[in-house]
Write a protein that binds this ligand. Sequence first.
Ligand code: SF4
Length: 418
Amino acid sequence: MKKMLKYRRMLADNLPPGRPILLLRAQNYNVVSLGALLGACPEEILARVEVVLWEKNQPAPDLPPGHPTLRAYSFMMLHAEKVSLEIAALRRDYPVGGKHFFVAGGALASTDPEAVNALGFDLVVSGEGEEIFPRILVDWLSGKIATGICHAGPAWIDLDKFPGFHPTVGYLPPIEISRGCKFGCNFCSVPRLFRGTLRHRSVSRIVEIARSYREISPGRRRVKFLASNAFAYGSAGREPNPKALFELLSAIRAAGYPQICLGSFPSEVRPDFVIPEVLDVVRPFLTNEVIVIGVQSGIDERLEVMHRGHTREQAVKALELLKKYDFTPHVDFILGTPGEKASDQRATVEFMEELVERFGILIHMHTFMALPGAVWKDKTPRSIIPEVHERLRALSNKGVLDGWWENQIGYGRRKSRA
Ligand code: SF4
């Protein structure tokens, strides 16, 4: 692991005249991406700029005038309204063509770059940022930066080439072990973001990152991982690879980490990957009590319409197994998907209630929102019927259901009115 230089999170008192500033607009939702981008930059490039974080709801940093400033944003569809207002306000002080250059990346920029471009950014980057961001920084420093929309790639980045974090952002994130997904759920934008590919970081690189975390934070005892289907680690994507999981977990244990969390937030697993051969391997290593699992619906017909690639029976079997291996399942469900009938909603909430009784599951509830890049990107959410809404609230009041589902209902309504 390359030696990390120390960077200031605040502006230096005596900034040399004209020194360029890289201003990262940091929020809870993008701190991992910003760390990954900084981590992807060679130290000699970062040494040419003053890295400053503008964090969450803090007032905008008081930048000394006259310094060229690259303002970097990364966000998803849900955050676009707020970002749009912020950019509009900033553009009054920093018009196009001045010393401040606004660049955007992230999930929305990747799936709908034209929409992000229309918010007032100078440059929108569609695709993975690790290779392209250092080049953008160099181009900007040399005064030869392009404007408009640029597309990263065409090759996918090799996760092993990048650490996925940088100490400047003040957060050592869950280690990304895999990126992408070989499945194609119609409500999800991951397949489009990575065009149906799945890549893994090597065990040796993951261990190296875990060791770096320990150097930065010597008391650290726990490792968490990031993946859209954690039990797919090391596999071709459609079936688990227990041997690869064993190699990963035993190497992390050998690196001296007593607490290992896999399959819990921010990663999750698919029901068809919860099989005894996998659980036999992972159970002895894992210290997380909860496994997050995507079930989405209790009706086979709806699972088929969603293109989930698993059945209700597989989901029930997976939950049974998780309980048998002493995990608490935290189960993702989605309601309000296109074509859903009131009877489907009733049957799904009944299924949830049954699973709470039988297996003591927790529910992570979602309502459908049309995501850019998803197959269902243009579909309108079905409204949740009052009876089902009440039953979901009752589960929430019992403390067994969480999630942003009510906010998602409001967001979906606003979007369909727009
Ligand atoms: S919901 Fe999960 S399994 Fe389905 S496409 Fe998205 S990441 Fe893959």
